[in-house]
Structures are given as structure tokens and as C-alpha cells.
Design a protein around this ligand. Structure first.
Ligand SMILES: O=C(O)CCC(=O)C(=O)O
Ligand SMILES: [Fe+2]
Length: 389
């Protein structure tokens, strides 16, 4: 009977959650979830830097000729920063008030000072045909959009442009301590009632206690041991880096029937049809990560700009073996810079959204795997893309 009830509950897509109006924002201590560790990283808010802040910028060259790019370091010649092809583009991380200039031979063609809320710089065409081209008109629209967006929201547009709001379900995160209840028939061997509790509203971070059973954690660790290798970061196969010293590997959902059942559960917990959670649809294979003592993953975003609107929408991080000391997952930009760090219990998961409801990537979703001080840490990442992979 209970099973039947739960089945209908799920089938109707009904989630039980309290009216956000009933919630007070709770402090981390007041949330009342049982975890190994849950705290702020700093006692005070860290105001977002405005002067001298780092920023990602894009340049578009609408000259037909290639240009040489220089950073103005105060010397007459500047620091060489690479070539921008004719009608090409480049992007770089820099700082506010820094200046770049572009040369063809000895002639300076353009010079830009990096200004707050201006992340897009256009080297103007010198011929009418290009000025009338669709590409140039699109670039002007993109520049105007980026500036208006940052003006309006105080945060830069980091997604590909143009990009629609996400199509996948996103759990509301209006107040710290708010919970959503989900029932699923796909428990370890019985239906399961689960809860998602909001740990942070900006970025949107949830704790999901007891998503996996102990036996399931053991099972995934055992599968993980057969696939982990030295971690790589970056695109195109990546490269070894000091910022990610852990080992990782990938597990297809069909690796075992236990894993496939867990994926069905993920579908209910995320509010996303589980058939979409395969590699040919919206998700990557399950990534297993192993850290031993002093290994870490420095602060990073899970999204990247690969020049398409498709983006890593959410991260479901499963703790399948908890370190004895250290190894928290941290969100240094949460709580206006007070930060959030959490070490859940074994079998718990942390869910966070890398995108905002308007389709922008969420800069605040910056996070890190802090150094393990004692024991071993095993986690899994499920990355779900929107609108598809
Ligand atoms: O280990 C953690 O706590 C975070 C891991 C992570 O961010 C990643 O693998 O992308
Ligand atoms: Fe990550």
C-alpha cells in the first residue's frame, strides 16, 4: 500500500515543500541537518572587489588583417600577448584598469582600457562591407546585451550569447533551511523518502541526506577502484595540473544494475526524467574521484565556455567515502564571501546549480575540494547539461 501511494506521489510529480513564506532564513547552525561539518569559511562578509578585480574579457577583430596584441605594462613596446586572426577573436583573464593595444606592423590599430561592466571589446572594421555584415551587427548586439546585463544585475554575462533560460527543472532555493521532499520507488530495496535542504541560496546549494545506502557506497567505491587515473583539467583531453591532484575515472550508468537503479533515483531527486541522464542525452558518465592525504581540487567552476549554448547545468556530488579530517567541499563566494564548507556523511549528496534561472552561468557557484588532511575521500560527480549535451 505504501509502495502504491509513493508510486502515485511520484507519478503525479508532486513534491511536498513548504510555502517559502513560512521560512525564516536560518543560520547554518539552525538548519538542523546532521553532517560531519557545516560552517562558514570566514567570520565576515567579503565585499566583492570592484577596483583591480579580475575579469574575463573578449576581443573581436573586425579588420581583415591579423593583429598583434600587447598588454600595456608601462614600457613603450608592452608585453606581447598573441596574435588575433583577421576577422577573428580572442579572450583573456585580466584585471580592471589594465590596457591592451593591437598593432599591425608599427601602426597601432586599437587600444582599450578594461572598464568595470565592460567585458566585450570590438576592433572596428575599416571597410563598409564588413560594417554591413551580419557578423558585425551580431557582435554589436552582443556587446550591448553584455553591458546592459551587467548594468542591470551587477554580474557579468558568462554564458554563451545568446542563450535561453534552462529548460530542465531547478529546485527553488529561496531561503536557507527550506526543504523539498521527494519520494522515489527506486530506493536500494524499498521506496525511499528523500529531502533536499537549502544550504545556500546564492549559489543554489542543497544537501540531500542518505541518497545512497552504505552498501551502494561500497559498491560504487569498488567500481571506482577499477577506473581511476591521474586527473586532467581543461578541454581536449586536458592536462595534468597542480590545481587538481586527485585521481578520477568514469562509470557508465549501465555498469551495474545497482548503478542503473541509482540513476533512476537521481531522476526523481533532480526532477529530471531519468532517461535524459544518459550520455547521449543530458548527462556525462558518473565521474568517480579519489583524494588521498593533501590532495585537493582548487577553486573552479564546473562550467566552461566551449563556444556553444550547451552548458553544465547542475552538479550532483555524492560522498561515497568521507575523509577522517579535511576534504570539505567549499563555496568561497557563498554568503557574500563568508563562504560555505560542508563535509556531508557517507551516502549524502550535495547538489548545486552552475546556472542561474535566466541562462547565465553562476559565478558564485565557484567551489573547491579542500585538501584532505587525514584518511581518504571518494566522491562522484554527476554533471547534467542544459538544454542537452
Ligand atoms: O571534491 C570535491 O569536494 C569537489 C570536486 C569537484 O568540484 C569536481 O570534481 O569538479
Ligand atoms: Fe567541481
Amino acid at each position: 500500500m505504501l509502495q502504491l501511494f509513493l508510486f502515485f506521489w511520484v507519478a503525479l510529480g508532486q513534491d511536498v515543500f513548504l510555502d517559502p513564506g513560512e521560512y525564516e532564513d536560518l543560520s547554518l547552525e539552525e538548519i538542523g541537518v546532521s553532517v560531519k561539518e557545516l560552517r562558514h569559511q570566514r567570520p565576515t562578509e567579503q565585499p566583492r572587489k570592484t577596483k583591480g578585480a579580475s575579469m574575463g574579457v573578449k576581443f573581436r577583430n573586425f579588420r581583415r588583417e591579423a593583429l598583434e596584441m600587447y598588454w600595456d605594462d608601462g614600457t613603450p613596446q608592452g608585453t606581447y600577448s598573441g596574435r588575433v586572426p583577421g576577422l577573428g577573436r580572442t579572450a583573456t583573464m585580466t584585471y580592471q584598469s589594465h590596457t591592451f593595444f593591437f598593432k599591425r606592423g608599427d601602426a597601432e590599430i586599437a587600444r582599450f582600457e578594461m572598464l568595470p561592466a565592460k567585458n566585450f571589446y570590438i576592433i572596428e572594421p575599416d571597410d563598409e562591407e564588413i560594417r554591413r555584415s551580419q557578423e558585425y551587427q551580431d557582435a554589436l548586439r552582443e556587446k550591448a546585451f553584455m553591458e546592459a546585463y551587467e548594468e542591470r544585475t551587477g554580474t557579468p554575462w558568462l554564458s554563451f550569447y545568446p542563450r535561453d533560460p534552462p529548460v530542465l527543472h531547478m529546485w527553488p532555493a529561496e531561503k536557507v533551511g527550506q526543504t523539498h521532499a521527494v519520494a522515489t520507488p527506486f530506493g536500494p530495496d524499498h521506496p525511499l523518502a528523500l529531502r533536499l535542504t537549502v544550504l545556500s541560496t546564492a549559489p543554489r546549494v542543497f544537501l540531500i541526506p542518505e541518497l545512497l545506502s552504505r552498501d551502494e557506497c561500497d559498491h560504487v567505491v569498488e567500481l571506482g577502484k577499477t577506473v581511476v587515473r591521474q586527473s586532467m583539467v581543461g578541454q581536449g583531453g586536458g592536462f595534468q595540473s597542480k590545481t587538481r591532484t586527485s585521481l578520477n575515472g568514469w562509470l557508465p550508468r549501465g555498469k551495474s544494475s545497482v548503478l542503473d537503479n541509482i540513476y533512476r533515483r537521481f531522476g526523481h531527486v533532480l526532477g529530471i526524467n531519468d532517461t535524459l541522464l544518459g550520455p547521449s542525452h543530458n548527462a556525462e558518465e558518473l565521474q568517480v574521484v579519489h583524494y588521498s592525504k593533501s590532495q585537493e581540487y582548487a577553486p573552479h567552476h564546473d562550467f566552461g565556455d566551449d563556444g556553444t549554448p550547451e552548458q553544465r547545468f547542475l552538479t550532483l556530488l555524492l560522498y561515497i567515502h568521507v575523509p577522517d579530517e579535511g576534504g570539505a567541499t567549499s563555496f568561497p563566494k557563498a554568503f557574500n564571501g563568508k563562504g560555505l564548507q560542508v563535509v556531508p556523511n557517507r551516502g549524502d549528496a550535495v547538489l548545486f546549480y552552475n546556472m542561474l534561472p535566466d541562462g547565465n552561468a553562476d559565478d558564485l557557484a565557484l567551489h573547491a575540494g579542500m585538501p584532505v588532511k587525514k584518511g581518504e575521500k571518494w566522491v562522484c560527480n554527476l554533471w547534467v547539461w542544459d538544454p542537452h549535451r
